[in-house]
Design a protein around this ligand. Structure first.
Ligand code: A2P
Length: 213
């Protein structure tokens, strides 16, 4: 059971040294991190002897993680995208939808693919791995069918018109505690995530219209 009083202050350098020991001992072939902001990754790279092989973060066309991707590419850390479809249907989540985004839909229609396929293919072409989840056989097959075609440059460029919403699916509020060392959500996410209360955005078609102007 999770008891906040059992939290201890986060010591990322010490934790990483322990992971490096596992790497040097051969017990781990690769070591990596997840949910690291650009700041946390830079701080870790400054002290690491073994750089993380991967940083696995939420990433999709509505939260493209441009700053983090640039840092990952320039430092050789692989970016791996979880929730690459925005995890539609997740309980309690009312954040931005990827699969009903008008730009994603228009690109899918142009290529005669599904919105999910173009969202995943966009991720691959941005250089990341994508980790979609489905419990449905048809959709699993659909999600695999993204390797023998590509999104042309002119349509790739349209993804940059998508209004960004850095709204995490899980903000991990439970980690905010005097004993964890994180006193606010902005403190935990280094100001790189929109930590405002969950919002349902009104329909905004301005980026869609810009896309075709
Ligand atoms: P289902 O399991 O019924 O297919 P993410 O990978 O971003 O976390 O999203 C997972 C969610 O997206 C699941 O609810 C899954 O539902 C749904 N999903 C997975 N693949 C597709 C797809 N190709 N089209 C529509 N929804 C999908």
């Amino acid at each position: 059971m999770f008891i906040p009083e059992n939290l201890i202050p986060t010591d990322i350098p010490a934790t990483w040294r322990a992971m490096e020991k596992l790497y040097y001992s051969g017990k781990a072939r690769a070591i990596g991190v997840s949910n690291f902001s650009s700041k946390k990754l830079e701080d870790l790279l400054a002290v690491a002897h073994v750089p993380p092989a991967v940083n696995q973060v939420e990433c999709h066309p509505v939260w493209q993680q441009d700053k983090l991707r640039k840092l990952c590419h320039s430092t050789g850390v692989h970016l791996s995208a979880y929730s690459p479809l925005g995890s539609p249907g997740s309980p309690g989540y009312s954040g931005p939808s990827i699969l009903s985004n008008p730009i994603v839909i228009s690109i899918a229609e142009e290529l005669q693919k599904t919105p999910a396929q173009v969202a995943l293919r966009w991720g691959l072409q941005m250089g990341q791995s994508v980790l979609p989840k489905s419990a449905n056989e048809t959709r699993i097959k659909e999600n695999f069918d993204i390797f023998d075609w590509s999104i042309p440059d002119d349509l790739m460029a349209k993804f940059s018109l998508i209004k960004q919403a850095c709204v995490r699916l899980l903000k991990i509020e439970f980690a905010i505690h005097p004993q964890s060392g994180y006193n606010t959500l902005d403190d935990l996410w280094d100001g790189e995530v929109d930590t405002g209360s969950k919002r349902t955005e009104p329909e905004d078609h301005s980026d869609f219209l810009r896309c075709f102007s």
